[in-house]
Design a protein around this ligand. Structure first.
Ligand code: FAD
Length: 414
């Protein structure tokens, strides 16, 4: 087993030329010092403390310069149609570009939930006027979104959200509490799933609305600390927050459709390139095992081999998903397979990492507050991956019912 032993798949001359062009462009345009600002290739994990270092690095002028160059070249949200600021790339091109960025150790400039979740819902369900207004603002970075789905009593059971939306003239007035809102402190917009028709059955009567996320608009945000020590998600209270009816995506009382489009992209979107971060993390663990001699323990070797195999499975499953996206299909139950697979893998990887580190893993490093080292951080934060974007149990339900056609789970409300 050797680093970089994976063969590069030949996708034909057109994609080969594209890859070479992108490789050259990245080499020519990477500002000096960018690669050393942070460990950009690590797998990002929601709720991990590593995110804090990245959040600082993206404020650096060198990163800002890189961001400007990518925006000027339309290499941010390049998968979006040209008229909305992208390049109209197919999913294969997007994946190849991301692979090249990773290979050269430089960051992709992403627009977070705006790019990954809200944008796709607007592209699929928005009116031409909504696309023209909202998508460019995401590309430029003018609007930064957070996700207002979960409520204190409604996470998995999203259709039961209680936050109310009441029409007042040409505005929607939103009142309720959302929780576990990642990145809330950086956001100026929130996409909210709220109930606009209380008399309609559960999954109907909901609306998907883009709400200005500020104190002036009646929003209070409080951080929630996690097991990893990070406090990057928040609870937020919307007290009569107002949004123009123009900001309702998919039509009033028809929010379930855009909400599901968003969830499909949330679960499957990164499937095509996510293995790259896991791969880098894995090889760094192998380096630790080599340095401390644990690599000579046959059980450790077996566990590391298991990790390697899982990452390859992720890669090939990602390519399969890529092929179906290239045919123009929206992600279906395979998005759940991918989400279940990587999140459960990562949880086990965190446990293996601590075994490799050995007894030292039980000691927290010196430092202010709740210091953890990278491996402890993975161990804690990887648990969150099996909860957000739909828990592992929910993904299994989806796979059972929608992919395998098994009988539906009995519901207490039926
Ligand atoms: C790091 C992190 C970031 C997050 N970011 C966001 C965010 O930005 N925005 C947002 O809106 N939410 C966010 N969430 C919330 C997340 O989506 C919810 O936690 C998740 O959907 C589960 O909901 P819940 O916590 O209410 O648990 P519950 O739904 O109460 O579930 C509790 C347990 O019951 C199980 N369970 C529930 N229903 C079923 C069922 N039908 N069949 C089998 N088992 C079931 C679950 O699997 C779980 O084990 C985040 C969560 C985490 C951990």
């Amino acid at each position: 087993m050797r680093k970089g032993a994976v063969m590069e798949i030949d996708l034909g001359p057109e994609y080969g030329t594209f890859r070479a062009e992108m490789r050259e462009w990245i080499e020519a345009n990477t500002p000096s010092g960018l690669k050393d600002l942070a460990n950009w290739g690590w797998q990002p994990i929601a709720g991990g403390r590593r995110g804090i270092g990245i959040a600082q690095a993206v404020q650096d002028p060198t990163y800002r310069e890189w961001e400007r160059r990518l925006v000027d070249e339309r290499l941010v949200c390049a998968q979006w149609p040209e008229e909305y600021g992208g390049r109209g790339w197919d999913p294969v091109r997007s994946a190849l570009f991301n692979e090249e960025l990773r290979r050269q150790g430089v960051p992709a400039v992403r627009r977070g939930m705006g790019e990954a979740l809200v944008g796709p819902a607007i592209i699929v369900h928005g009116t031409p006027e909504q696309k023209a207004h909202f998508l460019n603002r995401i590309v430029s970075g003018a609007d930064v979104y957070c996700q207002g789905y979960s409520e204190p009593d409604h996470g998995s059971d999203l259709g039961a959200v209680e936050t109310r939306g009441v029409v007042d003239g040409d505005e929607l007035v939103v009142t309720g509490q959302k929780i576990w809102t990642s990145g809330a402190r950086l956001a100026n917009m929130i996409f909210v799933l709220c109930r606009t028709d209380p008399n309609a059955p559960k999954h109907r009567g909901l609306s998907y609305v883009l709400v200005p996320f500020s104190e002036e608009n009646g929003v209070t945000v409080r951080p929630v600390r996690q097991m990893s020590g990070a406090a990057e998600f928040c609870e937020d209270f919307l007290d009569g927050a107002r949004a123009p009816l123009f900001n309702v995506i998919g039509g009033l009382d028809n929010g379930w459709a855009p909400a599901m489009t968003t969830l499909g992209f949330e679960r499957g979107g990164a499937a095509t390139t996510a293995y790259l971060g896991f791969d880098q993390e894995f090889w760094e663990l192998v380096d630790v095992a080599r340095a401390n001699g644990r690599v000579n323990d046959p059980l450790i070797r077996q566990r590391l081999a298991w990790c390697f195999t899982q990452i390859q499975l992720m890669r090939y499953a990602g390519l399969r998903l890529l092929a179906s996206l290239a045919e123009g299909r929206q992600p279906g139950p395979e998005a759940s397979v991918s989400k279940l697979f990587w999140s459960e893998y990562h949880k086990t990887f965190g446990e293996i990492a601590l075994e490799v580190v050995g007894t030292g893993a039980m000691i927290r490093p010196a430092g202010e507050g709740y210091a953890t080292d990278d491996w402890q951080d993975i161990f804690f934060a990887s648990r969150a991956g099996t909860i957000y974007s739909g828990t592992s149990q929910i993904q299994r339900n989806i796979i059972g019912e929608r992919a395998l056609g098994l009988p539906r789970e009995p519901s207490v409300t039926q």
